[in-house]
Design a binder for this molecule. Structure first.
Ligand code: 5BU
Length: 426
């Protein structure tokens, strides 16, 4: 690693906690270059210093790290050292997993050199017969389809430690509970990890009887039940009262896919008033970002102490959707500005790496690719593993199956397995 260092005249080396520390220690003693340690957590006693070691402002420091994925850990450390007026522009790492870290760090002014890249490592393993061709190819394919990591800097983040690492897809639902204060996001993470399901059923049926009977049957397999309450021919408040009882019995959230899309004052009335009184019974509702954040403020103004949240529709599943890249990005920003009410997104791609936000993906079915009316389907695995969905939304794949319970079990199993696989390897 020392031989690969990108420059010269380093007055200091600094290992990135934790595995970078012993490597930096060896380099420091062998090369006679003093070493710094940057704490992961600020000490609550003593000197309260974040960085230990002797240094002077302006000294050139080389960063040492074992493996980089997004580059976030390296950047966190560099940020602290730069605040202390140290000059840090170079890093040497052992293995570059090739998920965008070198580009991410380069955008932050940090030059990274690795001893070996994942592609090189795989070539070596293949040459020595330690992996087969199929594994080799699937790793290379995985690398090329996972270039979407990013780094969030202190200024961009408002999390407790000042740094929110953009690692949504690789974290377990359980570990993401601590990343958010939004009560329904926390509750949903908890339900998903306890019940071991990330399936949301879209209960698009037209009578209360069908709705309640379907919900009773699929209740044990879902984390969320999604409704379009205005397609019920016989809606009454009794229907939603019964639905709420089932939500308690089977531990799931109720999600009314109302897609609010008007000015704040109008949506506040639509949310709390009319025949449906959605705010009284729906934990979550969908919202279009189109009106700007007044729509979120309007809804939040009607909550009146209830525990409620919204999900921003940032990208639709239908063909010809007008949700452009620019629009998707703007929805992401809107969510960041309203984290007490926005639980996440409805999206077809990994819109955000922020672990606080839950990504729901509709347009999931095993046996079809379209419905003839613009809907486009992918499999549960493609939605979760490839596109980065946390929750899959399945309607007709379950409601119109000859055995909806068996179908629910199958979608549940596939989606959760894909999630477990995603978390284990990324
Ligand atoms: P399906 O039967 O699995 O196609 O039902 C999908 C459900 O998700 C249905 O209730 C739609 O209204 C909802 N949906 C969608 O399909 N695509 C989107 O982009 C959004 C919602 Br937003």
């Amino acid at each position: 690693m020392w031989a690969k260092r990108p420059g010269n005249q380093y007055k200091l080396v600094c290992g990135v906690a934790y595995t970078g520390l012993p490597i930096a220690t060896v380099i420091s003693t062998k090369q006679g270059v003093p070493m710094l340690i940057r704490r992961k957590e600020r000490k609550g006693y003593g000197t309260k210093k974040m960085v230990e070691g002797n240094f002077e402002a302006g000294q050139k420091c080389l960063m040492i790290e074992d493996v980089i994925v997004s580059g976030s850990s390296v950047y966190e450390t560099v940020e602290t050292l730069q605040e202390l007026q140290l000059s840090v522009q170079d890093a040497v790492v052992f293995l570059d997993r090739q998920h965008g870290a070198t580009a991410n760090l380069s955008a932050m002014g940090i030059n990274v050199v690795s001893v070996v890249t994942m592609t090189e490592m795989m070539a070596i393993l293949l040459k020595h017969g330690l992996v087969d061709h199929t594994t080799h190819e699937s790793v290379l394919e995985f690398i090329s389809s996972h270039q979407d990591t990013s780094i969030v800097t202190k200024e961009k983040s408002s999390s407790k430690e000042g740094i929110q690492v953009m690692d949504r897809k690789k974290r377990s639902f359980k570990s993401r509970i601590a990343t958010t204060n939004q009560p329904l996001a926390r509750k949903l993470f908890e339900i998903m990890s306890i019940k071991k399901t990330n399936l949301c059923v879209a209960a698009d049926v037209t009578t209360s009887k069908e709705l309640l009977s379907l919900t009773e049957k699929v209740g044990p397999h879902i984390c969320v039940l999604k409704t379009h309450i205005d397609i019920l021919a016989d809606f009454s408040q009794d229907t939603v009262a019964a639905l709420k009882d089932l939500a308690v019995k089977h531990n799931f959230l109720i999600f009314e896919d109302r897609k609010f899309g008007d000015i704040g004052s109008t949506v506040a009335s639509q949310y709390s008033g009319g025949a449906y009184k959605i705010v009284d019974w729906a934990d979550l509702v969908t919202v279009h970002g189109l009106p700007g954040d007044g729509v979120i403020k309007g809804l939040a103004s009607a909550v009146n102490g209830r525990t409620r949240g919204c999900v921003l529709v940032s990208q639709m599943s239908s063909s010809g959707t007008l949700t452009s890249e620019e629009y998707i990005k703007s929805c992401g920003k809107m969510a960041e500005n309203h984290t007490s009410f926005v639980v996440g997104f409805v999206s077809q791609s990994s819109i955000s790496g922020d672990p606080r936000f839950i990504v729901f993906t509709p347009g999931v079915q095993l046996n079809k690719t379209t419905d003839g009316l613009g809907q486009q389907y992918v499999t549960p695995r493609a939605a979760v593993f490839e596109r980065g969905a946390d929750v899959i939304i399945v309607g007709r794949g379950i409601t119109q199956a000859s055995d909806p319970v068996a179908a629910a079990k199958k979608y549940r199993e596939e989606a959760f397995l894909a999630y477990e696989e995603r978390v284990s390897i990324q």
